[in-house]
Design a protein around this ligand. Structure first.
Ligand SMILES: C[S@@+](CC[C@H](N)C(=O)[O-])C[C@H]1O[C@@H](n2cnc3c(N)ncnc32)[C@H](O)[C@@H]1O
Length: 286
């Protein structure tokens, strides 16, 4: 008798297949793709573990498994990624929000504090909008200006603002770094800019290399954009205004030097859960 393809059996087979193909987090990937193919939340797979699947459902799933094995990023296939407890729409126009970027949001919220006057936030290199929009959602007195060089990325960020019901407090501007906000001042500059050294991009996992090159390439030492942001930020910040930037491991010492040279005080580098240098912060004198 042929065995029935239940959710449980399909998950076992697929995680084994992904493992043999060297796919990251094989079980989680199988669950995310199957839940997406069935149009259900992942937890529901466990509630319906013994449910046999129809041929049309299996065909949808097979297509996703094939594309994942061929290198398409999991979250482009599902079109959504959780970040700081909210779901963001993602596709090949934007970098997939990373869990470690939640540290940047944590740092931004600490820097903003709980003052009840309006706090103007500039998210440079906004991509999907996950950083700036999360700050908005978490801070009732924040208003956001989100900029990106890529008009396509800003379209995704706009869709995310709409889906999260945040459009009233956000403005999207396309252009190079501070270009679109000439003459304006903010209370906080938050940014997760491209910071991968150009020579390391070829060694990144294949699915990461499917993400927009413009979201990754930080020039020869990875610090091209960061240098411009740190040096330029004081002109766009109020006295007492703050900056927080996501950085990569090994970039902390250079950041501390840049921040001090630009006049920031209280500078520090925060590490992520893996113990890696992840966020650089500083504040201008009042
Ligand atoms: C690392 S991604 C970060 C996206 C999002 N903030 C996040 O944390 O997931 C960097 C973003 O910077 C944008 N970018 C690259 N060069 C830029 C520039 N010169 N000016 C403005 N944005 C730029 C890219 O289009 C990309 O969306």
């Amino acid at each position: 008798m042929t065995e029935v393809w239940t959710i449980q059996r399909l998950l076992l087979w697929t995680s084994d297949f992904f493992e043999r193909r060297g796919i990251d987090s094989p079980r989680l990937t199988a669950e995310l793709l199957l839940a997406h193919a069935l149009g259900m939340e992942r937890v529901r797979l466990y509630i319906e573990f013994d449910r046999p699947l129809e041929e049309s459902e299996r065909a949808r799933f097979r297509d996703l498994v094939r594309r994942r094995a061929a290198g398409e990023p999991t979250y482009y296939l599902t079109g959504r990624r959780s970040f700081f407890g909210r779901v963001f729409q993602v596709d090949e126009r934007v970098l997939v929000p990373r869990p470690e970027t939640e540290h940047l949001v944590d740092a931004a919220l600490v820097l903003l504090g709980d003052r009840d006057d309006e706090r103007r936030v500039l998210d440079l290199c906004a991509g999907s909008g996950c950083v700036g929009l999360t700050i908005l959602a978490e801070h009732p007195n924040a208003c956001l200006c989100a900029t990106d060089l890529s008009p396509d990325a800003l379209d995704v960020a706009r869709d995310n603002a709409r889906a999260l019901g945040l459009t009233e407090r956000v403005e999207f501007l396309q252009g190079d770094l501070f270009g679109p906000v000439a003459g304006r001042r903010f209370d906080l500059v938050a940014s997760n800019p491209p910071y991968v050294p150009r020579g390391e991009i070829a060694n990144l996992a294949p699915e990461v290399r499917r993400e927009p090159a413009m979201a990754l390439d930080g020039g020869e030492d990875g610090l091209d954009l960061i240098r411009t942001i740190v040096a330029g930020a004081p002109e766009f910040l109020e006295p007492g205004g703050a900056i927080c930037l996501e950085i990569g491991e090994g970039q902390g010492a250079a950041l501390l030097e840049m921040l001090r040279a630009a006049g920031f005080t209280g500078t520090k580098i925060e590490r992520d859960l893996a113990g890696l240098e992840r966020v650089a912060v500083g504040r201008l004198p009042e």
